[in-house]
Write a protein that binds this ligand. Sequence first.
Ligand SMILES: Cc1cc2nc3c(=O)[nH]c(=O)nc-3n(C[C@H](O)[C@H](O)[C@H](O)COP(=O)(O)O)c2cc1C
Length: 332
Amino acid sequence: MTIKRKLKSKLPKKVLYWYYLRSAKKVVAPDLRRRVHDKVYNDSKVDKVKRNLTLEYHIIEKGLTMPVPRPGFGKTVVLSLERTIFEYHKLKLSKNDLEFKQSVSVLKEYKEFHQKIEFDLDNEVTLALNRVVDTFSNLEGIKQIKTTKEEYFKSIDAPFEEFCNSRYSVRNYTDEEVPLDVLYKCVNIAQKSPSFCNRQPTRVCIVKSAEKKQAILSIQNGNRGFGHLADTLLVITSVISTTKDIHERNENHLNGGMFSMTLLHALHQNKIGACSLNWSVSNDKEEKLRRLLNIPENEIALLVISCGYVPDVLSIASSPRKEAKEIITEYL
Ligand SMILES: Cc1cc2nc3c(=O)[nH]c(=O)nc-3n(C[C@H](O)[C@H](O)[C@H](O)COP(=O)(O)O)c2cc1C
């Protein structure tokens, strides 16, 4: 045993705790500072406007593809998206950027949807929509997808590229039960995901109890309109004791993300519709989840995945992607 280790083993736990807490704070501080600095000082107007466009158009694309879209839904978001679209316009950036084109396109679809169901939107919303539609009449994005179960799963045995491109977040489920053995099979496939030194920190809670599902969904902020239809919630957690020191703190999320992606693919291949549900919650909600699922103190929750079999006809949010050339920096 090294002298340092010997010394540490002799120290009372309380002293060790304060020692580690102090050094952990030091390690974490630069990341926190960078984030707070970005929030307060970073004048990267372009990044932030694009972020807002995406956040807002995504809420509308989701609303349009709900099992039962609510007429007049998302008024505040529509108004805010219109303002963000003109904010972007003022910056004189490319009208062909995905975020902008898709935002305009989604508002056009919102207008068309309400015309089709002959629902009178209120005046403020109609004016905002018309301003966007009239100003950018020549822009076309990717429309939301209306498909059949057969069509949606037609590429599950296709080569990898086609298979990957065929998966979407599905927010439309039947009440047919997904058998436990199928879920175990999918989790076994996800277990093949790489992990740091093969430490395999990720854990999965399969939640089928109606009360527990309802309790989880009530504290998660992205499942309105569809979460209640999910046959199963998969709560992805990670064991923090698998990390050796504070420098490894991001490994739980990183490994869990890789695991979750494989799991989403496995569910897709088994003809199960699934949607990731963020677990970016306040500490009190985190505590509620811990109590609800008896999550041990040395585990943290990362993500919830809602899943179920899909109806014969379903709508899917198109969520188009930037191209590789837009996100790659070459150092050749
Ligand atoms: C970490 C994470 C959190 C997410 N949270 C939510 C959520 O709370 N509600 C929701 O409807 N979709 C959520 N999604 C799904 C995304 O909206 C979706 O993955 C994205 O729009 C891309 O679309 P696709 O999955 O269909 O390719 C989340 C996805 C990820 C990766």
